[in-house]
Design a protein around this ligand. Structure first.
Ligand SMILES: [Zn+2]
Length: 415
């Protein structure tokens, strides 16, 4: 099972926006692109929202049937590991093997020595086609990479073997993710990580490294754009070289996690993948849930009341809700409006404050990030929330589609 050249991970916390998401992708595909939708949901999201992996499959299948979508589509068991994978086996056909927790876990001296010896031909000045400077590869560097990543890649191989046995070789897409860590993996690291995965027989189709800079949830990229461009382009070239050197799947491409809303790097990624004729997987998540809240606010009446309720509870439970996301949000609490203030807002004002249009005078990234992590509040509203999603379906769907098409796909694919 091959993932196409371009794919978009469309997370959907409450499983009601599959059609709106697919519509946005189909609209982009009208211009000749062939973007595959990948509905992704992690175990953590399922726990918070009380959904099951089969709900995502149902949502994806239903959207595809309703809109008559003829392309390839996938259901991604996002960020799974050996302890969480089991419930996803049946219904997912894309698995994101999250091995970040195993980075830096010790390996035996023999394993490290064996890996270093297998890299003999790369010692000295490594020349990657397309990269105009050579990369110095020393034994010390190889030992360092091996010590940090052998256990993690071994873990990927164990999850892969489990899946291959359960689902059959070739019946699913394999992604390996290492993005949820503090330190970025440089292109040279990526090269040898890919060698390890190839050595261990993991036919990785997408890899999610940790890039330089901050990929905070729901807001734009923060970091050095020039540095990002250099690193991203080198990653693309390293992958191309690794595919040839190690016999990895030819469609292997980068996966950018927390990829929604990173507007300032979209033109850079667009330029690089076009220049080298490469593919990309961009994973989005909570950006759709935020559009639900925006849609509810715009709907007014009970919709706006619900949006305000969600904000007031988010603010009151800020520490609890932000805790699990501490590394991927930066909220300046002094910039958060009071509950009284928000309660006096119109639907328009609420939507403009939340909607990701950085140049809008009402936009508040602190407000946006807080609501981003507050989906637990909506989950606790249970049927009341779901009822509102149904009642205000049209206005919400329009927000979801516009967000994915106008703010994301148009920028990413220069449409
Ligand atoms: Zn991720």
């Amino acid at each position: 099972m091959k993932l196409g050249k371009f794919s978009i991970g469309t997370g959907d916390r409450f499983s009601h926006q599959g059609e709106a998401q697919l519509k946005a992708i189909m609209k982009a595909n009208e211009s000749g692109l062939d973007i595959s939708p990948v509905w992704n949901k992690s175990n953590r999201e399922h726990i918070y929202v009380h959904t099951k992996p089969e709900d995502v499959r149902k949502e994806a299948d239903a959207a595809v049937v309703a809109l008559g979508f003829k392309g390839k589509y996938f259901v991604d068991a996002d960020h799974i590991n050996l302890t969480t994978v089991e419930p996803f086996v049946e219904t997912a056909n894309f698995f994101t093997l999250d091995v970040a927790a195993f980075i830096g876990k010790p390996s035996s001296d023999e394993a490290v020595a064996e890996f270093v010896a297998s890299c003999d031909k790369y010692l000295g000045e490594l020349k990657v086609p397309g990269i105009n400077h050579s990369i110095s590869v020393t034994k010390v560097l190889l030992e360092e990479i091996a010590s940090k990543f052998l256990t993690a890649t071994q873990q990927a191989s164990e999850i892969y073997k489990y899946l291959a046995e359960k689902k059959g070789v070739g019946n699913f897409v394999t992604e390996v993710s290492m993005d949820e860590v503090e330190n970025p993996q440089t292109p040279v690291y990526l090269f040898f990580i890919l060698k390890m995965l190839a050595d261990k027989g993991v036919p990785v189709q997408t890899i999610a490294p940790k890039f330089t800079g901050r990929f905070n949830k729901g807001v734009d990229y923060r970091g050095d754009l020039q540095q990002f461009e250099k690193e991203f382009e080198e990653d693309v070239l390293v992958i191309d070289y690794a595919v040839k050197e190690f016999g990895l799947p030819e469609e292997l491409k980068l996966s950018v996690h927390s990829g929604s809303d990173k507007f300032s790097i979209y033109p850079i990624m667009a330029k690089v993948i076009k220049k080298h004729d490469k593919g990309l997987h961009l994973k989005t998540a909570g950006t759709t849930w935020l559009e639900e809240v925006i849609g509810l606010a715009l709907a007014g009446g009970d919709g706006l009341d619900a949006a305000k309720y969600i904000y007031s509870h988010s603010l009151n439970r800020k520490d609890e809700l932000c805790g699990p996301y501490a590394d991927v949000i930066d909220i300046d609490t002094t910039q958060l409006p009071t509950i009284d203030e928000v309660n006096s807002w119109s639907g328009e004002k609420f939507a403009n404050t939340l909607r990701h249009i950085p140049e809008h005078p009402d936009y508040n990234s602190n407000f946006r990030q807080l609501i981003h992590v507050a989906y637990k509040v909506a989950a606790e509203m249970g049927d009341t929330y779901y009822g509102l999603l149904v009642k205000h379906k049209d206005v919400i769907a329009q927000c979801v589609e516009e967000n994915i098409y106008d703010r994301h796909l148009k920028r990413l694919f220069s449409l």
